[in-house]
Design a protein around this ligand. Structure first.
Ligand code: PXP
Length: 255
């Protein structure tokens, strides 16, 4: 399928989950994540990403329907993150988002803590990838940048891999530059291998103003998915400014 938008530039997918987290802290309807998605699109987001978790801790089913309507009318891809489970598959098949990212999910985790084990679960993941792809969604698999997982991802028929950048972000936060450098080398190597295997390469998790330049500078990168930092920093800068600043860092990293 074709991907909406200019594929020659590095795309920014804005993850709006934490607008819903804030709303849910009080119940009710404010702040509305769909209003946030609209604001993100006006500020230059190339896509909207939202994770419908099994425990519905942030996005709700009705949010996903409203997001899909908004994204369709704005001609912006909705990237639905979901666990590879029958309940979510059924929802995604009805919703028909432009993109789906399969992620591992554990109820006790605070956020998506690691990549999917595709190598160990081919027979479970491949039919889900096929069903979603046949239904018109571009499927990505959220994995660690290791050869075994990259090759296994390609064998599922998925068109995209998203590499987990959380460990890189944490190493930098901890001031462990040696570890961060080693992880960056692995991300770069993984990106080359994934492209050679015919996969589009995305990155996501823990991306901030501090670490985006190195990640956006990986030549194979086609999309970054960023949530927590953008929504958190918007408290100080406003959503519009934080997104345009991130966009500027991403563009600068490619020149
Ligand atoms: N990409 C994927 C697959 C994710 O699961 C998440 C977290 O929901 C993100 C990107 C965004 O991570 P962060 O909120 O740390 O920017």
């Amino acid at each position: 399928m074709t991907i909406v938008g200019d594929t020659s530039k590095l795309r920014l997918g804005v993850n709006i989950d934490h607008i819903a987290t804030l709303r849910n802290a009080r119940g009710g309807t404010h702040p509305d994540p769909i209003a946030g998605a609209w604001a993100a699109i006006q500020a230059g987001a190339d896509g909207i990403t939202a994770h419908l978790r099994e425990d519905r801790r942030h996005m709700r089913d009705a949010d996903m329907t409203r997001l899909q309507t908004l994204c369709e009318s704005e001609n912006i891809p909705l990237n639905m993150e979901m666990a590879a489970v029958p309940e979510m598959l059924e929802i995604a098949l009805k919703l028909k988002p432009k993109a789906v990212c399969l992620v591992p999910e554990r109820r006790e985790e605070r956020t998506t803590e690691g990549g999917l084990d595709i190598a160990g679960q081919h027979n479970r993941i491949a039919p889900i990838v096929r069903a979603l792809t046949d239904n018109g969604s571009r499927v990505s698999l959220f994995i660690e940048a290791v050869s075994k997982q990259i090759q296994a991802s390609a064998r599922t028929g998925a068109k995209v891999v998203e590499f987990h950048t959380g460990a890189y972000a944490h190493a930098l936060d901890d001031g462990d530059t040696e570890k961060a450098d080693a992880i960056l080398v692995a991300l770069r190597k993984g990106a080359v291998e994934a492209r050679a295997a015919g996969l589009e390469v995305h990155f996501g998790h823990g991306i901030t103003f501090e670490n985006v330049t190195a990640i956006a500078g990986i030549p194979e990168a086609q999309e970054l998915n960023i949530g927590h930092f953008l929504i958190g920093e918007s408290v100080f800068m406003g959503l519009d400014s934080v997104i345009s600043q991130m966009r500027d860092y991403m563009d600068a990293a490619r020149t």
